[in-house]
Design a protein around this ligand. Structure first.
Ligand code: BTN
Length: 324
């Protein structure tokens, strides 16, 4: 059940342009006016700036930058994504929670967000370093009516959304390393992990996990990844609002997703290739069985990697790692 505190914040948020009287709040929430006043004091302790005027009532002037269901929802202008938000201060992995929530029927567009992950998961069974309050550790639950074979296209779409937002919002120049690493100055600043529950031709649900390094200084990144990882703070010498980034990403994702469902993959492919790292260049490719040089030609209509071998033959690869 929604807590009184959440309902109070929602009422204030819905009336942000005007004052809402203590009387009205007490009627809506069915609690006394002195209880309302105590809640206001608690909200102030949490960093909300609330203005109270004797003949007018209360209004929220600003929200804290820290993450919570309410602060993320405040000002989030979306139709379906982030309508349900689960926030954890600390968890093993937002992917784990997302799978539990999805199995229990969570709706399309549900977001799981954590300040810290103690067992963050990367691709290929790698771990993902997710320190407290320094990055965006987010998973989203999607229930798309597409075939399971199309699911990788959603990962590529997510990468283009991240690149677009980082470019517009943080004024950096990102590149996407196939399939889904976001690079700044040739170092990884974000990664995407897509996991799917499907039967035959039907997707039950997809969980897309995004890890974005935001405010870590170089010394705050583990030594073993410092040569290949970076953060927005390192690249821009500025701190960035994680809450602001989440909101920008959700808005941009919803728009891109809706367009993809309507128009298919060609626009995503074009956008992806505009950010593609080393397209037209020679790369080293590692597959389960092989390790070879090839020219990276771009991505296929279905999202696969298109390469040209040294003997001139072209090939489609669905699962490979690129080295440089
Ligand atoms: C990669 O290997 O590049 C993918 C990294 C994905 C990390 C994110 S952080 C949020 C979500 N929860 C996890 O445990 N992993 C993903």
């Amino acid at each position: 059940m929604e807590s009184t505190r959440n309902k109070l914040i929602q009422l204030l948020a819905d009336n942000s342009e005007q004052y809402i009287s203590g009387q009205l709040l007490s009627e809506e929430l069915e609690i006394s006016r002195s209880a309302i006043w105590k809640h206001m004091k608690e909200l102030e302790k949490d960093g909300y700036q609330i203005e109270g005027k004797s003949n007018k009532g209360y209004r929220i002037i600003s929200y804290p930058d820290k993450l919570s269901e309410n602060t993320i929802r405040w000002g989030l202008d979306t139709d379906w994504i982030g309508k349900s938000i689960v926030h954890k201060e600390s968890t093993t992995s937002t992917q784990h929670i997302a799978h539990d929530e999805a199995r229990n029927g969570a709706s399309h567009g549900t977001i799981i967000i954590a300040d810290e992950q103690t067992n963050g998961k990367g691709r290929m069974n790698r771990s993902w370093f997710s320190s407290k309050g320094k990055g965006m550790w987010l998973s989203m639950i999607l229930r798309p009516r597409i075939s399971p074979q199309q699911a990788p296209q959603l990962t590529l779409l997510t990468a283009t959304v991240l690149a677009d937002v980082l470019h517009a919002y943080c004024h950096v120049t990102p590149l996407i390393k196939w399939p889904n690493d976001i690079l700044l100055n040739n170092k990884k600043t974000a990664g995407i992990l897509t996991e799917m529950q499907a039967e035959q031709d039907i997707i039950n649900y997809i969980v897309i996990g995004i890890g974005l390094n935001v405010n870590q200084s170089e010394s705050e990144l583990p030594e073993e990844i410092r040569h290949k990882a970076t953060s927005l703070f390192i690249e821009t010498e500025k701190e960035h609002s994680i809450k602001g980034l989440i909101q920008e990403i959700l808005v941009a994702f919803e728009k891109a997703y809706d367009q993809f469902i309507k128009n298919g993959f060609p626009d995503v492919k074009r956008k992806w290739e505009s950010y593609g790292f080393k397209i037209g260049e020679e790369i080293t490719i590692k597959t389960l069985r092989d390790h070879f040089q090839a020219t990276f030609l771009g991505i296929e209509e279905d999202g696969a990697l298109r390469i040209k071998r040294m003997d001139g033959s072209t090939e489609k690869l669905y699962s490979a790692e690129i080295d440089w």
